[in-house]
Every structure is written in C-alpha cells, then in structure tokens.
Design a protein around this ligand. Structure first.
Ligand code: ADP
Ligand code: MG
Length: 323
C-alpha cells in the first residue's frame, strides 16, 4: 500500500516540478486537534512541495484573529450596507495582527523544517498596490497592481514566500485587502500552474446545506450561473470569482479544498483522488483533464476514485447534478 502511494505520486512530482502553486491558507482552515497541530500539518505539506521541486507561495488571511484583538481592545465593529468599516485604527490593528502575529506563526511553522519561508507583506517591494474600494468603508482596499519582483527573487533563491495581505497606495497609506482576491491576483501575475484555497468546507456545493452536493469539477462559465442564483454566497464569493478570473487568465487549475482534512494538499497534488472542487477555464480544459486521467490509467495507475463522477466519455462537471 505505502509503496503504491509513493509510485502513484511519481507522475505528479514530474509534472509539477518547477511549477508555481499559490496556496491561500484561511483563518478558519484547521486540520488537527488544535490550531498548532493544523499549522504543523500545513507546514509539512508546503515543505514537501518545495522539496520535490515545486515553487509554493503562501497567502494568508486572519479575519478571526483581527476580530479577536479588536474585541480585546474594546473596539466595536461599524457596518455600512453590511460591510465592516475599517477606520485608521482598525487598519493599524489588521496590519499588526497579520504581519506581527499570523505571518510569523506560519513562517516559523515552515522553518521548523529548514531555512525555507520568508514573510512579506504586500507593502514590501511594492508587491500589492491598492486603492480604496469605497470611501465610506475606510481603508478596505482593492488591488490595482501586483508587482512580483520580490516574489520572483525569493522563488529563484528557493525560498517560500509567505504573504500578509496588506497593500499600500501611491502615498504609502495601508489598506486591508481580502486574502482570497490577493491569492488569485498573485497566481495570475506569477503565471502559476495552480491556485489552491484551503477553507473550512469540503469544496463548493451546489446546495449549500447539502454535504452530498459537492461539485467536483467545473468550469469558470458554469460558475457564473451559481453566483447569479445565490447558490454561492458569503465567504465563498471572493474565492469563486478569484478562481474564475485566474483560470481565465492562464492559471491552469484552481482548487477549493477542505483545510480541516490532514495533508489535503498532498492528497490533491500527489494522488489520483480528485479531492474538493476543481475549476478550469472551459470545456476544452475539462476534456484535456479527462484525457490526462485516462492516460494515467493507461499507465496502470488506479484512477477509479478520481473518475468516480466522470467516466471519460460523458463528462459531468457539476457533480452528480449536471446543470
Ligand atoms: P475562509 O476562512 O476559508 O475564507 P469563509 O467562511 O470566508 O472561509 O468561506 C467559506 C464558507 O462559505 C463556507 O464555510 C460556507 O459556509 C460558505 N458558502 C457559501 N456558499 C457556499 C457553497 N455554495 N458551497 C460551499 N460553501 C459555501
Ligand atoms: Mg473568507
């Protein structure tokens, strides 16, 4: 069994060698019995990716941690049209938590294994240029430009960049930016092979309340309908729109995975089990994926689990309920 698993990984290791993979680690994505355990498992996966020749890039959020510090400081959240107002003090708190607390935790967990990770914020090297989304919301930013020079430099020296999603405008003002959006834009700017979201649910569902409605494979175009009809809501919206934009801009595949599953990254990258939700640009890309799965099976690899919802002749990109 163990030898089989290792052999199964071989074609994937070959395929992904030298390729860039952007991974967004969600504030709620927790595997293991504690936050510390979860981070340790995640760090092992990232280091493994790097050791087999991939170029992993980590982007993280920290919403729950920012809310926790605000509560401790006795700051009450203000909302305009349901969106949190980020005043000057709040963006300062966000920057402190992301760059001072969450980012070094992830960097330290990875560097238990060696000298790999380097923490940067979007302000460093002008990585993330931002502008105010809406003046009434204060310092909530939209990305205007991604400058990947600092990432290219780190990756070429075999470091693993770990990115806190604070951006700055031309005057040096800091903005808090949605980490899902940043991950997509960075994947696009780096010409990444994959964009991966680790979250707190097994993937995209075609019925939010039905765990059995997991969408295993889909295309950017099909997702438009699910956003329009409200199937995709809340925190899933920035993930899905970022997946769409990324695969339409040259990122080969985007994945939404359950960060609560131990070693979910390794399972997705190095085994035939298609785990979570995979998003590709269009039907042609999906057909190409099915052809690859077939080729793998011709090599004698077991693809039964990966092909559970697709037999190669009648693709059913929307899980069991093709729509
Ligand atoms: P993260 O910390 O990873 O960004 P979010 O809470 O922001 O997590 O987003 C994930 C959540 O999106 C899920 O827990 C789920 O409640 C919600 N969600 C909304 N629509 C869907 C859908 N169609 N399929 C799956 N999850 C959805
Ligand atoms: Mg979120």
């Amino acid at each position: 069994m163990r030898a089989e698993t290792l052999v199964e990984a071989l074609p994937y290791i070959r395929r992904f060698s030298g390729k860039t993979v952007v991974v967004k680690y969600g504030g709620n994505a927790l595997a293991g019995t504690s936050e510390h355990d979860a981070l340790a498992l995640f760090a092992e996966d990232i280091v493994m990716m790097r050791l087999v020749g991939m170029r992993p890039v980590v982007v993280h959020g920290g919403g729950p941690q920012i809310s926790a510090l605000m509560a401790r400081l006795g700051k009450t959240a203000e909302f305009v049209d349901g969106l949190r107002v980020t005043d000057a003090e709040t963006v300062g708190i966000a920057r402190m938590v992301l760059k001072g607390q969450v980012n070094p935790q992830i960097v330290a967990a990875i560097n238990v294994h060696g000298k790999y990770a380097v923490g940067v914020s979007g302000v460093d090297g002008g990585l993330i240029r931002a502008e105010a989304r809406d003046e009434r919301l204060g310092y909530v930013g939209d990305v205007t430009e991604i400058n990947t020079e600092i990432l290219d430099g780190l990756l070429d020296h075999e470091f693993i960049p770990v990115i806190a999603t604070i951006g700055s405008d031309a005057t040096g003002q800091a903005y808090n930016i949605n980490a899902d959006t940043v991950a997509g834009r960075i994947a696009e700017a780096l010409g990444a092979e994959k964009l991966v979201y680790l979250t707190d649910i097994e993937g995209l569902r075609s019925q939010v309340d039905d765990a059995g409605s997991l969408i295993r494979q889909t295309t950017a175009d099909r997702l438009d309908g699910l956003i329009a009809d409200g199937t995709i809501a809340g925190g899933m919206i920035p993930k899905v729109t970022s997946c769409q934009q990324a695969v339409r801009s040259g990122v080969r595949r985007a994945h939404i995975l359950d960060g609560r599953v131990a070693h979910v990254l390794l399972l997705e990258l190095f085994t035939d089990e298609g785990i979570g939700t995979m998003v590709v640009a269009d039907q042609a890309a999906l057909d190409e994926h099915l052809a690859e799965t077939k080729a793998a099976s011709a090599l004698g690899l077991d693809t039964t689990s990966a092909g559970a919802d697709t037999d190669g002749t009648t693709p059913s990109p929307i899980g069991g309920t093709d729509s």
